[in-house]
Ligand binder design. Structure first.
Ligand code: KIV
Length: 255
């Protein structure tokens, strides 16, 4: 489905987005039939092992976007513009075009950058905004918009992005009442992470919802499976069978 068609689901049907960083996961998500795949700069943490997204480069993102594009044949892909990739409008347009060449259908821009967003939209590049907690610049990860002044600023930023013409925006870590006000105020799809029930859709980092890291447990996160446990169990069985000479058996051997 095209991104502008997706936007027509607002108020009618919820939007489901997940992150992916590689070919196989993208293929699974594609086959599972979700609405959008985000190649998030969260890969800085879950793939590269950094503590935040601040070291992720455009080259890193493009590498993963290409892999995801090979796997997701039917699902629109959004490439997350990493820190410093949109410092100037010239950089932003050059890098966003590289994301499209790598197989993305649009880009996500974090924070309040009206000039950059306007330039990309004028160039025909679909943009997803991102307000609330902004990991690329945040000093600490905490819920945003609990105080009235901060809430008003987030609402104003969201409305501004909407007026510019973004097709959607991520609302990250905010009270659900604020996310509800934003969702009502904008035409764009609001896709929440830690932003409660009133958003137009929801996104989670795939590794988090699959339970790769049991120690990562923010309040909003629901784990749908514990792959950490399942992988450890499988590895333990493999180890045991190799040590005891059970694997490989006749069935798994060429004769
Ligand atoms: O980088 C990312 O995965 C994101 C999501 C948390 C929305 O921005």
């Amino acid at each position: 489905m095209r991104l502008d068609e997706l936007q027509m689901k607002k108020g009618k049907e919820k939007i489901v987005m997940l992150t992916a960083y590689d070919y196989q996961m993208a293929k699974i998500l594609d086959e599972a039939g979700i609405d959008l795949i985000l190649v998030g700069d969260s890969l800085g943490m879950v793939i590269q092992g950094y503590t935040d997204t601040k070291s992720v480069t455009v080259e890193d993102m493009l590498y993963h976007t290409r892999a995801v594009a090979r796997g997701a044949k039917n699902t629109p892909i959004i490439g997350d513009m990493p820190i410093n990739s949109d410092k100037s409008v010239e950089d932003a347009i050059k890098n966003a075009k590289r994301f499209l060449e790598a197989g993305a259908h649009g880009v996500k821009i974090e924070g309040n950058k009206p000039k950059v967003v306007k330039t990309l939209l004028n160039a025909g590049i679909p943009v997803m905004g991102h307000v609330g907690l902004l990991p690329q610049t945040a000093e600490s990860y905490r819920v945003k918009g609990k105080q009235p002044a901060e809430a008003q600023k987030i609402l104003d930023d969201a409305v501004k992005l909407d007026e510019l013409g973004v097709f959607s925006m991520v609302l990250e870590c905010m009270p659900e009442s604020l996310a509800g006000r934003i969702t009502e105020a904008v035409k764009a799809l609001t896709i929440g992470i830690g932003a409660g029930r009133y958003c137009d859709g929801q996104v989670l980092v795939i590794n988090d919802m699959l339970g790769f890291d049991e120690s990562f447990a923010p309040k909003y996160l629901k784990r749908y499976v514990s792959l950490n446990k399942m992988i450890k169990e499988a590895v333990a069985r493999f180890k045991e069978e190799v040590l005891r000479g059970i694997y490989p058996d006749k069935e798994h051997t060429y004769h």
